[in-house]
Design a protein around this ligand. Structure first.
Ligand code: HEM
Length: 316
């Protein structure tokens, strides 16, 4: 096979010499003289009137702390695919950080009876989860052989030990005290996960809201052991039944119910894409975290976060 001949520098429609910014900003409308002079002069001092000197002001990278973020990828092997694996997990953790931030603020808003802002934040959490669902397609480009080559680099680390994920699960009511243990070696993180275990979940706050809106909720549902998973409560189900039968009279609660179903729907899709991606990459091998792998993750597909909201649909 012969080497392709070197490319000539003939300008293309998207090349800077046509007036478009190489990073996609600006463009033909702002091209003109400054663009041409910038592209033809080796010592360009102008480009579409953009600020080009950041020696005395905050730049994009400064504002976003890009140095620590973009220098936080440390593959432990020379395997090409390890970078994908690391970045996929890191970006998931960043999105989880935002989801938790929004969910915490939404819980406070519900507690204060400020529902419209809570709806906005819940919608954002659902869109974050949907984005994380789509992200599995990138990881699915990794084949079993590629994963096997980098698998030794992971040691015993696993998403199972993600403290942010565990806090998210706890905030959504899937409580399990056994899940605290992987964080014992980090008292600072343990404390955060434990606080989420001990606190009412987002849905517990919504059930209290139902009571404040004069629905007869069983007292033992309003004050319970918060460290236990969300129970199926008949008084809560009766409240949602009334809401769904008369949406116009209970519009805010109706909207809340649908926002929660949206959120759980997206969460279920995330779990499903996780287990499917895991099966296509490692089959039924044991997980790096020590569980039996795909069967464990399949069992998690049965988790129901907001039980009455699903059950009430049968009654309508
Ligand atoms: C090749 C890619 C992946 C494989 C083979 C994989 C495999 C597994 C397995 C087998 C488990 C069960 C626990 C264990 O024994 O390790 C697990 C749990 C988990 N993984 Fe992944 N995973 C992958 C990618 C990801 C990504 C990108 C994330 C995003 C953060 C993630 C997050 C989690 C979480 C949060 C758990 C705990 C789930 C639960 O306890 O319900 N995983 N993973």
């Amino acid at each position: 096979m012969t080497n392709p001949s070197p490319k000539t520098t003939t300008p293309t429609s998207d090349s800077p010499t046509q007036g478009g910014c190489p990073f996609g900003h600006g463009g033909e409308s702002t091209g003109g003289a400054s663009a041409t002079s910038a592209s033809t002069s080796a010592n360009a001092t102008q480009w579409h009137d953009a600020q080009l000197d950041f020696s005395k002001s905050m730049s994009y990278g400064d504002y976003l702390s890009l140095d620590p973020i973009l220098n936080a990828q440390h593959p432990r092997s020379t395997d090409h695919n390890e970078m994908l694996f690391i970045i996929q997990h890191q970006t998931s953790e960043l999105w989880m950080k935002l989801a938790l931030y929004e969910l915490q603020a939404a819980r406070t808003a519900v507690h204060n009876d400020e529902l419209p802002p809570a709806f906005k934040m819940l919608a954002r959490v659902s869109r974050i989860l949907e984005q994380l669902v789509q992200a599995w397609s990138v990881l699915a480009t990794m084949t079993p052989s590629e994963y096997s080559s980098m698998r030794p680099s992971l040691g015993s680390s696993s998403g199972f030990q993600s403290y942010q994920y565990r806090i998210l699960e706890f905030m959504l009511g899937n409580k399990n005290a056994a899940m605290l243990a992987p964080h014992s070696h980090r008292p600072d993180l343990y404390q955060q996960v434990e606080a989420a275990l001990n606190a009412p979940s987002f849905y517990d706050e919504v059930v209290r809201l139902l009571a404040r809106r004069d629905f007869a909720i069983a007292p033992e549902r309003l004050e319970r052991d918060w460290t236990k998973p969300t129970p199926h409560d008949t008084t809560v189900e009766a409240a949602w039944l009334e809401v769904y039968r008369n949406p116009s009279q209970h519009w805010e609660l109706y909207e809340m119910a649908e926002e929660l179903v949206d959120l759980e729907d997206a969460f279920r899709q995330w779990r499903f894409r996780h287990v499917t991606t895991v099966e296509r990459i490692i089959g039924f091998k044991q997980g790096t975290g020590g569980t039996n792998g795909a069967p464990y993750l399949r069992k998690m597909l049965d988790v129901v976060l907001f039980p009455e909201l699903w059950h009430v649909r049968t009654l309508l």
